[in-house]
Ligand binder design. Structure first.
Ligand code: PSU
Ligand code: MN
Length: 301
């Protein structure tokens, strides 16, 4: 497997020296945000990690190589090309490798490549989950299966209410994935820091989380972990406003017959338009907040 892996010199050096490294995903760049905010955010995320003395490894597939650590040109290429880049989850990686193609990695594919590179912590915005109506569509993100089997701790801002939060938590419980809340017992709902659901455990410091990761790894558990970090209150959106935008976007997706891997990018873009760009501002702030927490956790492992 490792022959397909390309670790950047900066990431390799940090790994060799035992310095902390965190992974960052690239579907958020190509499909999760519009240009140029996507490029600005990708760069800000890398800079944020470095503030903590942590080396960022943005992950993507470039010419069939599974890359951990990108050049600024590669970041810019993914950001400018946007949704024309293939959104790559677990099932896409063999095809992209064989065809020497490019792909922007989802949470699932980023976890796979991070694990191959020996990176234990990964920061993103939101994970995929069980979609609303999954009882008929069976739309359950491969991210959840990856959390069940790949040993990487993912820091996110909870799950967006484009998903069924309750079913997403049930699925994670069935799969044995620990779900931790940073300074909260309430599952954060991405744009808002509150929801009607609870996480398994409240953690009050990055070190406490790092200790749980170390214990999980020490026990030889195969799976990962989900760390939910609430959006700072000053950047959160009013619940009624975001719920209305999400409901409208879901209705439009249904009417237009959008499904499969296209649904999450469609909903994110529509919610951004419907909120006049407010959701994008919140999204950027929460991602940076997650990078800061992931960096402190990585430094404590
Ligand atoms: N949620 C977001 N922004 C994103 C995604 C999810 O708020 O960019 C992306 C992530 O890359 C995630 C993927 O892994 O969507 C999930 O897609 P799907 O539901 O098709 O598995
Ligand atoms: Mn899906």
């Amino acid at each position: 497997m490792k022959q397909y892996l390309k670790i950047s010199p900066a990431v390799q050096k940090a790994l060799d020296e035992g310095r902390p490294v965190i992974a960052l995903e690239s579907t958020i760049i190509s499909h999760g945000m519009p240009y140029p905010q996507n490029l600005e955010t990708a760069r800000l995320c890398e800079a944020e990690a470095r503030k903590y003395g942590v080396e960022p490894a943005t992950v993507a597939v470039i010419h069939g190589q599974l890359c951990a650590g990108l050049t600024d040109e590669e970041l810019e290429y993914l950001a400018r090309t946007g949704p024309k880049v293939i959104k790559a989850s677990r099932r896409d990686l063999p095809v992209l490798v064989a065809e020497k193609a490019d792909g922007a990695t989802t949470v699932a594919a980023t976890m796979i490549i991070a694990a191959m590179a020996g990176i234990k912590v990964f920061a993103t915005g939101g994970i995929g989950g069980v979609h609303r109506g999954a009882e008929t569509t069976m739309d359950i993100s491969a991210d959840l299966e990856e959390l069940a089997q790949t040993p990487v701790a993912v820091v996110c801002a909870g799950a967006k209410s484009i998903l069924d939060l309750g079913l997403t938590l049930e699925y994670l419980e069935t799969k044995g994935v620990p779900v931790l809340g940073y300074k909260t017992k309430m599952l954060p709902a991405f744009y808002t820091y509150e929801s009607d659901f609870e996480v398994d455990y409240r953690m009050d410091s990055p070190q406490e989380i790092a200790d749980v990761i170390r214990a999980q790894r020490g026990m030889g558990y195969p799976g990962g972990m989900l760390i939910t970090n609430p959006i700072p209150a000053e950047y959160a959106m009013p619940k009624a406003e975001i719920d209305a935008a999400i409901d409208q976007a879901l209705g439009e997706a249904d009417a237009q017959g959008i499904k499969g891997k296209a649904i999450t990018p469609f909903l994110l873009a529509r919610v951004c338009e419907l909120t006049g760009g407010e959701s994008l501002k919140s999204n950027i702030k929460l991602v940076l907040n997650n990078v800061a927490l992931a960096s402190q956790i990585a430094a404590g492992i």
